[in-house]
Design a protein around this ligand. Structure first.
Ligand code: FAD
Length: 464
């Protein structure tokens, strides 16, 4: 069990690693070193400056809408409270309380939105949900100041197009890069040391105790150096199963896509958060991206839209099992291979043509893949690795982990201190069923998902 003098190595400075570092320090553990193969001091977690991870992004949805899942709803509500506190502490609007419009053209709200409404009602937050075709809700929205263009940001009604869904006033977004930068600053000001960059920051292998191969006592990095600590915490996102092969049967790397469109200056006011909130189109629950998800214009004038259907895989041979596994591909590898898949770009352009016609023809500044770390049940994994002393994993963000940045690490420290609670139980090490393993396998190898089998988007395809 960790004790006050214990030392910790964290591999990975994404959301899971940062949150762990912050909460270790909150509980009085001072000897913390964070490694990352990327130099986040240089990229500042910006995808426009080379940041290449799920955490290094412009925006993420912050919501407590979790359908019937009350534990995650409760935790997200607690996180939202801390996001507001971080806004005040940092003096930067990291979290923007823009609301989240989950809109659809299926003629009724999605089942998951009704489930969310019922679960929020249990904690007195039912009135934060405004169904777009419910007159009582619209009246309430007017009284409470939420009503306005944000209730039909695509102007569908006026154009005679179907519109249904819900406006969720208990949600918004974070500026993801600034949030990670702030969290890194918190970790460093609490005393954490960082070793970043290819070479010195890149984990290559564990150091094991002499005559005790089941005890990890440190790591080696690519520059050949050895670093020792009482605990090694692996928070390497989609690379985690390569580092801890025991995870390969229930954690896998899959990719979503996003594109950024430059909004001309003279119409930017129409895409600011107060009139153009965070949105989802035909949202299906589980993670943020059902069909498409989008955000208000960012501080650089870009509109981000993400598209995730299907999630892509990159199957390769595994070193620990017969079956193929899916591992991430870096920005550079994607570029040299020919680009991200073409279909999301085409689908997103089609969506823009129907819903944001004034942006047709505007510059597409970036189209990229973004790697999720998916578990079979889309719950995180935060536990000691069975039968290996000194080794802990914190991973499986499954497309919805960012919002928990302010609170996640509390439970990692609980694990280290041997404390059990609802969340350590929810995220404990799990053995997948035979069906789960078969599903991962089918998804990993299916031609429909394998990105090598897709037509790819060249620079030419970024044009309209
Ligand atoms: C497209 C997309 C959209 C999403 N949208 C949302 C959203 O709207 N809201 C939300 O709440 N969540 C969202 N998520 C989920 C959220 O982004 C993730 O849960 C979270 O960022 C995962 O953080 P992480 O630290 O586990 O992984 P990562 O961000 O992948 O970080 C892992 C880090 O480990 C480092 N690393 C890997 N291997 C090594 C090594 N050998 N040595 C050293 N370092 C290494 C990497 O460089 C990286 O920095 C989304 C995810 C994706 C992919």
């Amino acid at each position: 069990m960790a004790s006050p003098g214990s030392s910790f190595i964290i591999v990975g400075a994404g959301v899971f690693g940062l949150s762990t570092a912050i909460h270790l320090q909150h509980r009085g553990f001072k000897n913390v070193t964070i490694f990352d193969k990327q130099d986040y001091h240089k990229s500042a977690y910006s995808p426009f400056d080379g940041g290449d991870s799920a955490s290094a992004d412009s925006h993420k949805v912050i919501r407590s809408a979790y359908g019937p899942n009350k534990p995650l709803q409760d935790l997200a509500n607690r996180a939202i409270g801390t996001w507001k506190q971080w806004n005040a502490d940092s003096g930067v609007e990291l979290f923007s309380h823009s609301g989240w419009a989950r809109v659809t053209d299926i003629g009724r709200p999605q089942d998951v939105d009704i489930a969310t409404f019922n679960t929020l009602k249990l904690v007195g937050l039912g009135d934060t949900q405004y169904f777009l075709n419910n007159d009582e809700d619209l009246k309430r929205a007017r009284q409470q100041g939420w009503y306005g263009p944000r209730f039909d940001q695509f102007n569908r009604r006026e154009r005679g197009l179907p519109l249904d869904g819900v406006f969720d006033a208990n949600a918004g977004m974070v500026q993801a890069d600034l949030a990670c930068k702030y969290a890194l600053q918190l970790a460093k000001s609490g005393g954490a040391t960082t070793i970043f960059g290819p070479g010195q920051g890149e984990f290559t292998e564990f150091i094991r105790a002499e005559n005790e191969p089941d005890r990890v006592i440190g790591i080696k990095t690519k520059d050949g150096k050895e670093h020792r600590a009482d605990y090694v915490i692996v928070a390497a996102g989609p690379y985690t199963p390569q580092i801890v092969p025991e995870l390969q049967s229930f954690v896998t790397a899959t990719a979503g896509n996003f594109i950024f469109v430059k909004v001309p200056e003279h119409v930017r006011h129409r895409y600011e958060a107060d009139v153009f909130p965070t949105w989802a189109w035909n949202y299906s629950g589980n993670s943020e991206s059902g069909g498409l998800t989008g955000f208000p214009v960012d501080r650089h004038g870009n509109l981000k839209i993400s598209y995730r259907s299907p999630k892509w895989t990159n199957p390769v041979a595994s070193t620990s099992q017969e079956a193929l596994i899916s591992i991430p591909v870096t920005i550079e590898e994607i570029a040299s291979h020919g680009g991200p898949p073409l279909s999301p770009l085409e689908e997103t352009k089609a969506f823009i043509k129907e819903n944001l016609p004034e942006l047709v023809g505007e510059e597409i500044t970036l189209a990229k893949m973004c790697w999720y770390t998916d578990t079979v049940d889309l719950q995180f994994v935060m536990d000691r690795v069975p039968s290996t002393e000194g080794l802990v994993v914190v991973t499986g963000g499954s497309g919805h982990g960012f919002k928990f940045l302010p609170v996640l690490g509390e439970y990692v420290v609980d694990v280290l201190e041997g404390k059990s609670n609802e969340y350590t139980q929810l995220w404990k090490w799990r053995t997948p069923s035979a069906e789960d393993i078969a599903r991962i396998q089918t998804n990993t190898t299916s031609d429909e998902r394998n990105w090598h089998k897709q037509p790819l988007a060249s620079a030419e395809n970024l044009k309209w």
